[in-house]
Design a protein around this ligand. Structure first.
Ligand code: ADP
Ligand code: MG
Length: 693
């Protein structure tokens, strides 16, 4: 396989544009992309025709606006290119209008009450910063999805708005540093995607995996991940074939799939692309997840993107590696080589620290979901508490800066911001602290809280916006100062001193940390019902609306959607458990008990010792009784949920009552699994699923 040759062959990218568009059209399109302004219709017509020719040559029959509604997955509605010309003949056509704007029926997508269902109109608008691509026989056009009154109904619109906010704030601040050549600042993300790959026929036998994406019952396997023999282990042939196939498909779509390896848990793997702008990387990640699932089918696997498919085994995250860079090629989170560059670096570094501290609640809310609740704080993923890891050396440097001390580390210098060069500190401290939710890794921050299934859009929207806000606050102070150097010096020192509480380089998994964090005044929003409502706190509504990212109405609708989704997910899980326990697990155990009893009566007639039979029958019967009781209680609790009025109260109820009762049902059932003969048990066990791929 010649990778450079196949790379991006299914993308209407720079190269294709240059080849296929008249020079003037290409130039206007580029300008639009760079400036973020709307596209002129004459230009759009030419672009659309060229796109259609290209796509048809590559076998396409349809086009679709590809968008990211609040369901968390992508949506598409395919229209063919055909257009009748009389005589019963058709030609292939695609106009600029069709390229720029689509009008899908929006009524069945979640809107959180934003748009009454009878007013079903919504529209999709081309996002020319993300290239069109081919999937199957359709030309896919990445689009934003809004209501007719302009409210965002998707995840892309707020993300694009947040990138604009950050761009504006950062460019303006950089002018104070004399960076007049910087005209655009972009936020980037490299999402590391974790996933499980399990045998498809095995998965097909489990209702819980099929209906909910995770196991709702399952006793631990004799072997877990304690040997850590899977992490970076040799990739099995069959998995390798899958990964090769996946890489090839991603490359064709211009997605820079770069790193792949086995993860800590058995049957768990990771794929990381090379980072891109938060917008394009989000599109690419959505596509990657879709192709991961589809390719798995082809190879007889099922790809699980759930945040916690198996109890007692690591869950899957999506580490968002985030940085900001200028159009002049400078990574603003990269330490420079001159005092001026370092002053600038420190400014952006402390701005991020302050932003994360001031808006911990928003960042936490941005990763909240029913699935991720099983991860955060569960001894394997970062806790639900937001803190920042900087590494010991950088922390010491910042401390000595703030206190005006000599830095006593390796470099031993008296630091003055903007005059001295920063002493060296280790770069790429990745994995030195895997327990931190937000770790500085030398030239970027790694946000480790997002769950594997989550779109990058949510957390990146929040991060971009809150950093834009702090950059504006800095601008306010610095632009008014008579002595820029002195003002910057005190701003940085003050910011470090005021935000020390959020810097934590210790073990985030330890039992002491939540206590210590509480003393430091850090928030610990444990669950989705705790976290999601914070979107509507005054300060959060203010910052998000001030930067034009979400209006209050949009936020209200999102809170409604997120809580409603939470309720629906837990409800489906509860009902699936009831079904499994009633129809499969209890009958299986009864059959085993019957066989044991029959054996006992036959053997008893021969005068045999019946200790084992008696003991097993007694234990299984009492566990079956406990299961039956828990099942009844869960059913009752489910029925009572219907009386709860508001979505927020419902979400609390599902968290406090239903999840609790689900746990009470699982416990005796899992005990029965470990006592029951394997051939009797109705589902593949953890051992079979995790170790027999
Ligand atoms: P690790 O597993 O050690 O955390 P990986 O190599 O798996 O690291 O993933 C690192 C991710 O960070 C990749 O997606 C990479 O492209 C991304 N990355 C590297 N540099 C930057 C940067 N400056 N900004 C954003 N992302 C970056
Ligand atoms: Mg990693």
């Amino acid at each position: 396989m010649n990778i450079p040759e196949i790379f991006g062959t299914d993308v209407f990218d720079e190269n294709v544009m240059q080849q296929r568009l008249p020079k003037s059209t290409y130039k206007s399109l580029k300008k639009t992309i760079q400036s973020g302004k709307p596209l002129d219709i004459d230009v759009a017509n030419v672009v659309a025709a060229a796109m259609k020719d290209w796509a048809v040559e590559k076998g396409c029959t349809h086009y679709t606006h590809w968008f990211q509604p609040m369901t968390g997955i992508t949506a598409e509605k395919h229209d063919s290119f055909i257009s009748p010309i009389g005589d019963g003949k058709v030609i292939m056509e695609f106009s600029g209008k069709e390229l720029i704007k689509g009008e899908p029926d929006a009524s069945s997508f979640p809107s959180g009450g934003l748009r009454a269902t009878f007013e079903a109109r919504g529209y999709t608008a081309w996002d020319p910063t993300s290239y069109a691509f081919i999937k199957g026989k359709s030309l896919c056009i990445p689009t934003a999805f809004c209501s007719y009154t302009g409210e965002a109904l998707d995840k892309k619109t707020p993300l694009l708005r947040s990138m604009e906010a950050l761009d504006k704030s950062a460019v303006r601040l950089l002018k104070l540093f004399g960076c007049d050549d910087v005209t655009r600042v972009t936020a980037n993300v490299g999402p590391e995607q974790e996933y499980f790959l399990i045998d498809r026929p095995m998965a097909a036998k489990r209702k819980d995996i099929i209906l909910t994406g995770r196991t709702l019952f399952g006793a631990p396997a004799p072997k877990g991940q304690e040997l850590e023999d899977h992490y970076f282990g040799t990739i099995k042939t069959r998995v390798n074939a899958y990964m090769e196939d996946l890489d090839e498909q991603l490359w064709k779509l211009g997605i820079c799939a770069k790193t792949k390896h086995n993860e800590v848990a058995p049957s768990q793997h990771e794929l990381a692309p090379i980072f891109n702008t938060t917008n394009i990387a989000t599109d690419h990640n959505q596509l990657t997840m879709e192709i991961m699932k589809r390719t798995a089918r082809k190879h007889g696997f099922k790809c699980l993107l759930h945040e916690k498919p198996f109890a007692g085994v690591n869950g899957s995250g999506k580490h968002n590696n985030w940085s900001i860079s200028t159009n002049t090629g400078v990574n603003l989170l990269d330490r420079g080589t001159t005092p001026a560059e370092n002053a600038q670096f420190l400014t952006f570094l402390v701005a991020v620290i302050k932003a994360v501290n001031d808006y911990q609640d928003l960042l936490r809310a941005s990763v909240a979901s029913a699935g991720n609740d099983h991860r955060l704080g569960a001894n394997e993923a970062p806790p639900a508490i937001i803190s920042i890891f900087l590494g010991d050396e950088l922390t010491e440097i910042l401390d000595s800066l703030a206190e005006g001390h000599k830095y006593e580390g390796k470099a031993k210098t008296q630091m003055e911001i903007g005059v001295d060069v920063l002493p060296t500190f280790p770069r790429d401290t990745t994995d030195r602290n895997r327990t931190s939710p937000f770790a500085f890794t030398g030239n970027k921050f790694e946000f480790r809280m997002p769950g594997s299934k989550l779109s990058c859009a949510g957390p990146m929207t929040i991060l971009n916006t809150i950093v834009a806000e702090v950059l504006d606050q800095f601008y306010e102070k610095l632009s008014k100062a008579d002595n820029f150097h002195a003002a910057l010096d005190s701003l940085i020192k003050e910011t470090i001193s005021q935000n020390k509480n959020i810097i934590f380089n210790g073990n985030g998994y330890s039992d002491e940390w939540p206590e210590e964090a509480e003393k430091r005044g850090l928030l610990n929003l444990r669950s989705t019902p705790d976290a999601v409502p914070v979107y509507l706190a005054d300060k959060n509504v203010e910052v998000l609306s001030k930067h034009g990212v979400y209006t209050k109405v949009e936020l209200e609708s999102r809170v409604e959607i997120l809580l409603e989704e939470y309720v629906k997910i837990v409800n489906i899980e509860a009902r699936t458990m009831i079904d499994m326990a009633k129809k499969d697990i209890l009958p299986a155990v009864m059959t085993y008990i019957k066989d044991l009893s029959e054996t006992a009566s036959t053997a008893g007639a021969l005068g045999a010792d019946l200790t084992v039979e008696k003991e097993l029958v007694t234990r299984l019967s009492s566990l079956a009784a406990a299961t039956y009781k828990a099942l009844g209680e869960l059913e009752e609790a489910e029925a009572a949920a219907a009386d709860i009025k508001t979505t927020e109260e419902q979400a609390r109820y599902y968290h406090d009552v239903i999840l609790e009762k689900m746990g009470q049902l699982r416990a005796p059932a899992d005990q029965m699994e470990s006592l029951c003969g394997e051939k009797y048990w109705p589902y593949p066990t953890y051992s079979q699923i995790l170790f027999y791929t």
